[in-house]
Design a protein around this ligand. Structure first.
Ligand code: NDP
Length: 288
């Protein structure tokens, strides 16, 4: 068997196409949705991620503004900026690009963003809503992108065994909560660095979400025949003197899986499309 590819680039483009009409309606009747992205410091990867977000805004017609705070700015500078953006009626979405310099309290800053402008979906109010079964608000982008990809396969997840490898606040934990929602109804196991016998957990899972950040940590032969594999990991490895992006799942897993996401071109583009969706939702909630 060779798995079918869940093409995040293609699916993301379709989602963006759907958002364009909402954006043009808003723009015609009032103003374009407005996303503000804040970068602190000079992390090169952050600039690449932010540029991709800006490009997506442009494609859809969302206004985007970037604030670059210098490396030596302090916590109070960022807090004042967040307060200003919270109060600005012309700003619909606020995103503070991670990572912040090590002396910043990243979680504390996230908590200062108004929940209805928290387009990353990381504010405790937005994460907490998922626990109460509400999935109509600002969902964290990578987990909601994963759910869209699973939905796109047309496979029923009801009663299926899903394994989420990784329990981070931004990917693993919320992905597990979304999989366990009523109506989705997967039976979810969360594994982490202290979990024993990852191999058996993988071998018995119908849905495998790998969100760790370690290349090849899921061996191809661990993948259950016919499973759906969502590879969230983004790892830079050197192959033949060149840097390649690879996921957490060993190449060749498609011999076992029924569906699999590529890296790159899988979860990454979906994450950006979900950010665009949250920004449009935030603007709609403000305008209508
Ligand atoms: P974190 O480092 O926050 O979390 C990694 C998780 O993996 C932790 O829960 C950790 O466990 C767990 N882990 C580590 N080693 C093992 C192991 N041997 N077995 C099982 N679990 C293990 O990472 P993120 O969640 O932020 O990101 C994960 C990956 O996804 C990264 O490669 C990141 O680049 C990528 N990513 C991709 C995105 C995209 O858009 N495609 C978006 C966000 C992230 P413990 O809690 O015990 O430490």
């Amino acid at each position: 068997m060779s798995a079918s590819i869940i093409d995040g680039k293609q699916l993301g483009a379709e989602i963006e196409e759907g958002l364009k009409s909402s954006v043009s309606k808003m723009t015609a009747s009032s103003r374009a949705p407005h996303l503000v992205v804040v970068i602190v410091g000079k992390d090169p990867a952050s600039f690449v991620y932010v540029r991709n977000k800006e490009k997506a805004c442009k494609r859809i017609g969302i206004r985007s503004t970037r604030y670059d705070l210098p490396e030596d700015s302090n916590h109070d500078d960022l807090i004042s900026l967040v307060r200003k953006l919270n109060d600005d009626p012309e700003v619909d979405g606020i995103l503070i690009q991670s990572p912040l310099p090590s002396d910043f309290d990243e979680i504390g800053i996230t908590e200062m963003i108004r929940p209805d402008k928290d387009v990353d979906g990381f504010h405790p109010v937005n994460l907490g809503r998922i626990v109460t079964g509400r999935t109509d608000g600002m969902l964290p982008c990578t987990p909601s992108g994963i759910m869209k990809m699973l939905e796109w396969t047309g496979e029923s997840l009801k009663g299926k065994k899903a394994l989420v490898i990784g329990r981070s606040r931004i990917v693993g934990m919320p992905a597990a909560l979304l999989l366990a929602q009523r109506g989705i109804d997967a039976t979810v196991t969360i594994s982490h660095s202290k979990s024993e016998d990852l191999e058996s957990l993988c071998r018995s899972s119908d849905i495998l979400i790998a969100a760790v950040g370690k290349p090849d940590m899921v061996r191809k032969e661990w993948v259950k025949e016919g499973a759906i594999v969502i590879d969230v990991g983004i790892n830079r490895v050197e192959v033949g003197g060149r840097i390649r992006l690879v996921g957490d799942v060993e190449e060749g897993a498609s011999e076992y899986a029924k569906w699999i996401t590529p890296v790159p071109g899988g979860v990454g583009p979906m994450t950006i499309s979900m950010l665009m969706m949250n920004t449009v939702r935030a603007a709609e909630a403000r305008m209508y």
